[in-house]
Ligand binder design. Structure first.
Ligand code: UDP
Ligand code: MG
Length: 318
């Protein structure tokens, strides 16, 4: 007889005291439908409200709940990584606490993995109902760009919400880079992925942690982490400008020699100088971004520091 599997649910939480009990109540009936043991890993990403005490009381009620509380806010990526590092299950799930990831998909995900054809069941939103217009616009542009210029394919509307086998989780763990961009990492490791679709829903309580600028920064980071194409922008602009100026040179020399017409124009000269100066700074800036990432990678600082946990074998720093 086959042993019962264990499903680990990784839940990053930042200031989620309102929605955390709702999340637990919503997820439990779904987990009961699955013929497996479960463990819920609540990662408190340095909340400054009562998230940690809500976690502690859930853990008291249910021995399958474990909490990991960071020493400060390290970001959702670090929280997910801490979950992967500490998860012991055969199947690993990542999901948001705000119930934007429908818990009723869990039994379906489990049964797809049990069939054995797929290594991961991932989810994507088919629409962005209820999301600000500009956010959707930028998101769509982002997916177009990154899929063209990077080697990690990312599905438009893909969520972090997914269930995967231990093999895939180990592959993700082996990517220990400091600058983490999970959507890219999930795509980069490959494996056979089954996509399930669902309609977007609003978060049940609490506030979204994302500002417009925060999301833009996240998108730029994603591109820098998974593509070298921006680095070659400088070369391409350089080649174009050299060709263009060669043509202009011939034009100017011929005009002077044949028509005796000296070129006037202090103003146009200044414009050209400023234009080229701007391009050079822009390209330098791109290189600077990559250098900054290299700098952080070489420091090998830990991704997270766990200050409190009810897990006896907790890996506190990684
Ligand atoms: N989150 C986190 N650390 C952060 C920001 C967010 O752990 O620094 C968690 C948050 O508690 C939630 C999930 O990441 O469970 C998604 O956040 P949110 O709902 O704010 O993002 P959105 O759904 O608006 O993209
Ligand atoms: Mg959300």
């Amino acid at each position: 007889m086959k042993d019962k599997k264990t499903v680990s649910i990784i839940v990053p939480c930042l200031n989620e005291q309102e929605v955390l009990p709702l999340f637990y109540d919503a997820i439990l009936p779904e987990l009961k439908k699955i013929d497996a043991y479960y463990e819920i890993l609540l990662v408190d990403d340095g909340s400054d409200d009562d998230t940690i005490s809500v976690m502690q009381s859930l853990a008291q009620k249910d021995p399958c709940v474990r909490y990991y509380s960071f020493s400060r806010n390290f970001g959702k990526e670090a929280a997910m990584y801490a979950g992967f590092v500490n998860a012991k299950g055969d199947y690993i799930v990542v999901m948001d606490v705000d119930l934007q990831d429908p818990p009723d998909m869990l039994p379906k995900m489990f049964s797809v993995l049990e069939e054995g054809t797929y290594d991961c069941v991932a989810t994507r939103r088919v629409n962005r109902k209820g999301e600000p217009f500009f956010r959707s616009l930028f998101a769509t542009a982002f997916y177009r760009i990154i899929n063209r210029i990077s080697d990690a394919q990312i599905m438009d509307g893909a969520r972090d919400y997914r269930m995967m086998t231990r093999a895939m989780a180990d592959a993700i763990l082996s990517m220990s880079e400091y600058n983490r961009f999970s959507k890219g990492i999930f795509g980069w490791v490959g494996f056979r992925i089954c996509w399930l679709e669902f309609e977007n829903t609003k978060r049940k309580a609490g506030k979204s942690k994302w500002s417009f600028w925060g999301l833009l920064r996240y998108a730029v980071d994603g591109i820098l982490n998974f593509s070298q194409v921006p680095l070659s922008i400088a070369s391409w602009i350089g080649i174009m400008m050299t060709l263009f100026s060669a043509v202009m040179l011939v034009f100017v020399v011929v005009r002077r020699a044949v028509f005796g017409d000296p070129v006037a124009g202090w103003a146009s000269l200044i414009c050209v100088i400023i234009f080229i100066g701007g391009l050079q700074l822009f390209c330098l800036g791109i290189m600077g971004q990559y250098m900054a990432k290299m700098y952080m990678e070489t420091k090998k600082r830990p991704h997270f520091i766990i200050a409190r946990s009810n897990d006896e074998d907790v890996r506190k720093i990684r």
